[in-house]
Design a binder for this molecule. Structure first.
Ligand code: PLP
Length: 281
């Protein structure tokens, strides 16, 4: 089943207009929720970010947060008790093609669930990455449907046989991955780019921040350079689908010892405990 404008429907009942502004302009936003054995992980944090993205691009939706939350639960219930993800997007809706917002349009909602296993190999063994210039706009805090710079960077990584592209601005500031946040460890302290317009405020990163505080691992939000990245003892990417995956190489160079480091391992272990707590609760 799919969630289509507030209702659970079959795939055949979804009809997207070629006048949808999401199709013409990428005029919309999205969220990806993690499902662990039928449980939505960090649901409220994802809803907070969803509402923030909607407000940032001035899309109004006709459902209250409570109604939307119920609809997501209903969609998840149709999916059963498996591991997966819930994708949800809103576009500004249908209107004759013109850049400025139409006088009136109704937001179009699409949601669905898909099976997705935990990326155990990446989590256990780590991933290879490349660096890429961060050519994105200055409102990366919005989870916008416009992902062309991200898809191009990810494609570059794929063509290089790597899993993720680490984005670096022309001023030498390392921001995040093409679809993940980036954290490094130096002398026992975790560093990550501060939240704000240059990165997406990752929900997984927030979970890691909470865990670091519980484990009393120093956690500092400050930007760092390519040189600091390359000299890190450990590095990891975080995202809803990748959890916390160790970065073991960058542009072919090993990070630290070239194997997942001890701080990353402690965070991963505690992350898994949070997932188990969700399943138990
Ligand atoms: N940064 C970007 C550009 C992303 O696309 C994503 C996730 O897709 C993230 C960071 C990680 O965010 P989250 O942990 O909420 O999945």
């Amino acid at each position: 089943m799919l969630l289509w404008n507030g209702k659970l429907v079959n795939e055949e009942d979804v009809r997207v207009s070629y006048h949808d502004r999401g199709y013409y302009f990428g005029d919309g936003i999205y969220e990806v929720f993690r499902i662990y054995q039928g449980h939505l992980f960090e649901k409220e944090a994802h809803l907070d970010r969803l509402y923030n993205s909607l407000a940032e691009i001035k899309i109004r939706i006709p459902w209250s947060r409570e109604e939307l939350s119920d609809q997501l639960d209903q969609l998840r219930d149709t999916f059963g008790e498996q591991d997966g993800m819930l994708y949800l997007q809103f576009t500004r809706g249908e209107a004759k093609r013109a850049h400025a917002f139409p006088a009136s349009s109704t937001a179009v909602m699409l949601g669905y669930c898909e099976p997705l296993a935990r990326p155990v190999d990446a989590i256990e063994n780590g991933i290879a990455t490349i660096t890429c210039e961060d050519v994105r706009w200055l409102r990366c805090n919005i989870k916008s449907l416009n992902l062309l710079p991200n898809t191009l960077a990810k494609q570059e990584a794929a063509e290089a046989g790597a899993t993720e592209a680490i984005l670096i601005r022309t001023d030498n500031t390392v921001t995040e991955g093409s679809s993940s946040n980036l954290l490094i460890v130096k002398n026992g302290t975790i560093y990550t780019h501060p939240d704000g317009p240059l990165i997406l405020s990752g929900i997984t990163k927030k979970v890691i921040e909470r865990i670091a505080s519980e484990l009393q691992i120093p956690y500092v939000q400050r930007s760092f350079t390519r040189e600091e990245l390359m000299a890190a003892d450990e590095a990891m990417i975080t995202s809803t689908t990748m959890e916390a995956a160790p970065v073991i190489t960058i542009d072919g160079q090993p990070v630290g010892t070239g194997t997942p480091g001890p701080v990353t391992r402690r965070l991963q272990e505690a992350y898994l405990q949070q997932v188990h707590a969700l399943l138990a609760g």
